[in-house]
Each structure stands twice: as structure tokens, then as C-alpha cells.
Ligand binder design. Structure first.
Ligand SMILES: Cc1ncc(COP(=O)(O)O)c(C=O)c1O
Length: 378
């Protein structure tokens, strides 16, 4: 069932920024609906007012963090113990890329459409003698075999491309990785909140994600799923209070926490749990399938309109909420700035000389038409 006009009006009333501009940049950061912001602020205010260092209050905050973990786990189809909460997806990806037992000569395969969140930590592995192989996005599937060899330890790519919104053919990729004895890590930054996701069914070993884009959770909501079959392969590089139990003696034992909690440590924003749970509940009340269908329809409609503009080339649209297009004679930042001057908020895709439109379920058909008209005018 489609999202009704009444539901849409209610959601839009919950998101104040939509009255100020034409917001097509949820792929960078999602605007939280009021009930999400309020849940987060209520928790933060109570924490401050009741005493931030008060152990009794801490316990309540920690319980809310555990609820958020369970909510995210259930959204992704995994057990809460498989989820580590992080501040951003980059941190989660670093847990994987830096946490494997690399030896000189080992190889990691990434795609040519990766965000710096994968590119930078992957290239950083070169200091250990690791070879980074860059397989073009189009070849992830049957064409991967030329990039996989006996020394391939990890394949790491976006579940949904942040440049074009295309979806990785995950089943074929997981099969290719595991046939070669390699592990698969997906970056779900552009997928969580866009698609209904069942991580076990995807067949990956690690799933890094954030909730502060398409799930519309407060900034600082993210995590890493570590599947049980791969947990022994990963060693946490950074640890601290909360990562495990320590015996305070020179020969004392350090017992890392079971499951993915070993990747969490020290002081965090303890109010974030309430915001995360509220964001999951908000999305669930509408339904991930309905959100995905509407976002596909909006970005597909935009891509179709953009394709009609002379000099425009469409790089993506209709698979998820993301549509991307380039205008001959203009680079991405130029187009993004021209759109921003008209109150249309997008993001440039510098690598492709293009601009990215994030069509979220709260955007309207009228907004899509306005964005296309603005592109035609440029
Ligand atoms: C595919 C992808 N990965 C990673 C990131 C980085 O996200 P974060 O700032 O949460 O680390 C982004 C953000 O734009 C992204 O699109």
C-alpha cells in the first residue's frame, strides 16, 4: 500500500527543514522527525538535570543503549550480541579493515565507487604491505574473479553506491568471496533506512552501517554487525573500559567482552539510544518496504525527467532513493551551488562530475518536478 497523502503530510509536518528548502540530501545526513529529536533531547536533558555522573542515572541510559542495540539488531535480522554501536560508519569499517590479521602480500578488493570511509582505511593498509585491488562497480558480480586471487583476504564495498544509488549484487559477491576463502564486508551507509535488510540473508561477514542518514536518527548513530562465523577473524584494535573484563595485576587476564561489544569502550553520548529507538520506531510505523518503494519511484521519476534534458547524462536512479546526473559543460560543485542558490539542497559527486539527488520518502512529486526544472534551467 502506498504512503497516503495524509501520512505524507503528517511526516512532513514532523520535519521542519522541509518548510525552509527543497531538501534532497538525506544521503549526506537525514533530517530527524520531531519525535526522534524530542526523544533524544528528553534523554539528554534528563541526563544533565539528574546528574551526568550519577550511577543510578547512568544505569537508565545504558539500558536505553541496550534497547537501541536490540532495535537495530531486529531491524537488520541479527542478534543484539552481533551489533557494536559506533559513532559513524567509518569507525565501524575501520574495526574491520584494521582488525584483520594482515600479512605482507595479502590483498583487499574494493570498488571504484567507494566513499573515503573505505578508500582511506584500505589504502592505509599499504603500510603493512597489503595490496589494494580496485574492481570497477560494473564488474562486481561475474567480473570479480579477475580481481580475486589466493592472497585475497577481504572484499569490501558499499551495499548501495553513494555515487549512483545502485545496489551491489550481494549474493553473487558473497558467493565469490567465500569460494575464494575471503571475507565480505558491506558498507550499509546508504542502505539502512532505504531497504528492508536481512543481514544473514545477504551472506556477508561484516555489515557496517549508520542510522543518521536514511533512518533519520540523531547524528552519531551507527554500528557494526559482526556475524558469528567471522568474529574470531577480527581483533579489536582500540579497546578500553567496557571492551572486556580485566584483572588488575601484571600477569592479569584481559577477557574481551563476548560478541561485538568488545568494539565499544569509554564515554559515549549516552542519550543517543533513545534517539535511535525512536528513529527505528518511526520508520517501522511507516514500513521499510513502503519507504523503499516510494523512494525508488521518486528517484526513478526524477531520473526520467533528467534524461530528457539536452546535455544531461543520468548515472543512476530508480534502484534506491538516489538519482545522479551530470550536465555537460558544468562540474558537480557548480551544479550543486546553482541548485543551492534556488534553495535546492543536493550533494556534488566530484569523482563523476555530477550531482546527487537523495529522494527520501518524505519528498513530494512536486519537489521532484521542481528539481528537474531547475536542472533544465541550468
Ligand atoms: C557509502 C558511504 N560510506 C560511508 C559514509 C560515511 O559515513 P559516516 O560519516 O557515518 O562515517 C558515507 C557518507 O556519506 C557513505 O555514503
Amino acid at each position: 500500500m502506498e504512503i497516503s497523502p495524509a501520512e505524507l503530510a503528517r511526516v512532513r509536518a514532523d520535519i521542519p527543514v522541509l518548510a525552509r528548502c527543497l531538501f534532497l540530501n538525506t544521503g549526506t545526513l537525514g533530517p530527524s522527525p520531531r519525535p526522534v529529536t524530542e526523544a533524544f533531547l528528553r534523554a539528554y536533558t534528563a541526563w544533565q538535570d539528574e546528574g551526568p555522573g550519577d550511577p543510578a542515572h547512568y544505569q537508565g541510559r545504558r539500558a536505553a543503549i541496550e534497547t537501541a542495540r536490540a532495535d537495530l539488531a531486529s531491524l537488520l535480522g541479527v542478534a543484539p550480541d552481533e551489533v557494536a554501536l559506533t559513532t559513524n560508519v567509518t569507525e565501524a569499517l575501520n574495526c574491520v579493515l584494521a582488525g584483520l590479521p594482515w600479512r605482507a602480500g595479502d590483498e583487499v578488493v574494493i570498488s571504484d565507487e567507494e566513499h573515503p570511509a573505505i578508500f582511506v582505511p584500505a589504502l592505509h593498509l599499504r603500510r603493512l604491505g597489503v595490496r589494494v585491488r580496485i574492481c570497477p562497480w560494473e564488474r562486481w558480480g561475474d567480473g570479480l574473479s579477475g580481481y580475486i586471487g589466493p592472497r585475497t583476504r577481504l572484499l569490501c564495498a558499499s551495499h548501495v553506491s553513494s555515487m549512483t544509488g545502485r545496489i551491489l549484487p550481494v549474493a553473487a559477491v558473497a558467493e565469490a568471496a567465500h569460494r575464494a576463502g575471503a571475507l565480505l564486508c558491506l558498507d550499509g551507509a546508504q542502505a539502512v533506512g532505504q531497504l528492508a535488510i536481512d543481514v544473514p540473508a545477504l551472506g556477508c561477514d561484516f555489515y557496517a552501517f549508520n542510522a543518521h542518514k536514511w533512518l533519520l536518527a540523531p547524528v552519531g548513530s551507527a554500528g557494526l554487525v559482526v556475524r558469528p562465523q567471522a568474529s574470531d577473524a577480527l581483533t579489536p584494535v582500540w579497546v578500553g573500559a567496557g571492551s572486556g573484563e580485566v584483572a588488575y595485576a601484571e600477569d592479569g587476564e584481559l577477557a574481551l567482552a563476548p560478541g561485538a561489544r568488545r568494539f565499544e569502550f569509554a564515554t559515549r553520548n549516552w542519550a543517543i539510544g533513545d534517539g535511535i529507538s525512536a528513529a527505528v520506531a518511526y520508520a517501522r510505523a511507516i514500513g521499510l518496504e513502503r519507504i523503499a518503494a516510494r523512494q525508488r519511484a521518486l528517484s526513478g521519476a526524477l531520473a526520467a525527467r533528467l534524461a530528457d534534458i539536452p546535455g544531461a547524462s543520468v548515472l543512476g536512479g530508480g534502484e534506491t532513493g538516489i538519482a545522479t546526473a551530470a550536465l555537460r559543460g558544468h562540474d558537480g560543485p557548480e551544479v550543486q551551488a546553482a541548485l543551492a542558490a534556488q534553495g535546492i539542497i543536493t550533494r556534488p559527486v566530484r569523482e563523476r562530475g555530477a550531482v546527487r539527488f537523495s529522494c527520501a520518502y518524505f519528498n513530494t512529486e512536486d519537489e521532484i518536478a521542481r528539481a528537474a526544472a531547475a536542472m533544465a534551467a541550468i
